[in-house]
Design a protein around this ligand. Structure first.
Ligand code: TXA
Ligand code: MG
Length: 335
């Protein structure tokens, strides 16, 4: 299949492809998504094939107006309304009991559906001129999520109908996924909206154990995505926990010309190995924005081992920690 490269003002062309049952990668404020008509099961099935995604991993449905959620869900409780009014459009995905409109391909057999209203103008324009869009991140299953059209081309060229180039994604890490389908709201995946921000709006929330812990063999998961190896580059990622001096010392003693470091901007000049800056220390928004492209860059530069600072679990740090701990296969060295 030849993959068309479209510019940000060609959403009508992209909409036509989607309404004909095709699949198109689109920019969002978090990461690029691979979109199909959410109500067309056959089109949605093409997403799974193109990504190599396990069929039991459900997709997020993207809308372009709060009111569009109503027909997709069986109930729209008060807490959902509060969250939608505060954080939509934006990087928050809300899970609710699904209506019969949602095809099984989207919900992967669950009786819930995940819904998000993205803030990116190109995503909004595309949804407005087509329909609600089912879209996972537009990477090959297991590899780092794409934050630029070039990343999508790298993974998906020849596998999908089109890619809309909307430049780099502003947030760089996926949306926060929260389920409201149970008694206590629970964050299944931390992301662009922090747990602290959500708590300020609806009070008591839980954070799923799988956000920070490895899954035990055979453990039941609330979000099927958490089962799979995720975000991993080819290089072996190792997180180092400790201050700058110990970090630098460890790397000096344990690196060669195939070693990469995801370093803070302040540290750029202190390493002799391959340095990939990820923003300033304690600025987890910048770490989030650069993380996935930095992991891809480490592979492009032929790194065999990549060392990175172990992020904190506060605020945006939690989203970064969740991705990096998985990218590293839970390898953390306490210095
Ligand atoms: O920012 C984002 O959320 C991006 C952009 C494109 O919108 N999308 C994204 O989709 O990250 P994806 O498919 O890569 O991740 C969605 C996660 C998966 O871990 C999936 O298992 C979970 O959300 N999920 C989706 N529907 C669910 C449901 N009904 N119940 C539990 N988990 C669900
Ligand atoms: Mg994904």
């Amino acid at each position: 299949m030849k993959t068309l490269l479209l510019s940000a003002d060609e959403t009508e062309k992209a909409a036509r492809i989607i309404l004909d049952g095709g699949i198109v990668a689109m920019p969002t404020e978090t990461v690029y998504g691979l979109a199909a008509d959410a109500l067309n099961g056959k089109a949605v099935a093409k997403i799974f094939e193109a990504k190599g995604r396990p069929m039991d991993n459900p997709l997020i449905v993207h809308i372009s107006d709060i009111s569009q959620i109503k027909p997709l869900v069986r109930e729209f409780p008060e807490k959902a309304r509060l969250l939608a009014e505060k954080f939509w459009p934006g990087p928050l995905t809300i899970i609710l009991p699904k209506s019969d409109m949602i095809p099984d391909e989207v919900s992967a057999g669950l009786d819930t559906v995940a819904v998000r209203f993205p803030s990116h103008p190109v995503a909004q324009a595309l949804i407005s001129v087509s329909c609600p869009l089912a879209a996972p991140s537009a990477n090959l299953s297991g590899s780092p999520s794409p934050t630029s059209a070039q990343h999508v081309i790298r993974d998906m060229d020849g596998r999908i109908d089109a890619i809309i180039d909307g430049g780099s994604c502003d947030i760089g890490v996926e949306s926060t996924v929260i389920t409201l389908a149970e008694d206590v709201p629970r964050i299944l995946r931390p992301g662009g909206v922090t747990a602290e921000e959500i708590y300020a709006v609806i009070g008591e929330i839980e954070i799923d154990r799988a956000v920070t812990e490895p899954l035990a063999e055979g453990q039941k998961v609330s979000s099927p995505g958490m089962k799979y190896k995720h975000y991993a580059p080819k290089a072996r990622v190792i997180l180092l926990e400790g201050g700058r001096e110990k970090f630098a010392e460890y790397i000096r003693l344990n690196s060669d010309d195939k070693t990469g470091v995801l370093c803070y901007n302040e540290e750029k000049d202190i390493f002799s190995c391959i340095c990939i800056p990820i923003g300033y220390e304690n600025d987890f928004r910048s770490y989030a924005r650069k993380m996935f492209s930095a992991l891809r860059e480490a592979d492009d530069k032929g790194c065999r081992i990549v060392y990175a600072h172990c992020p904190s679990k506060e605020g945006m740090g939690l989203a970064v920690y969740n991705r990096m701990i998985r990218a590293s296969g839970f390898r953390v060295i306490r210095l």
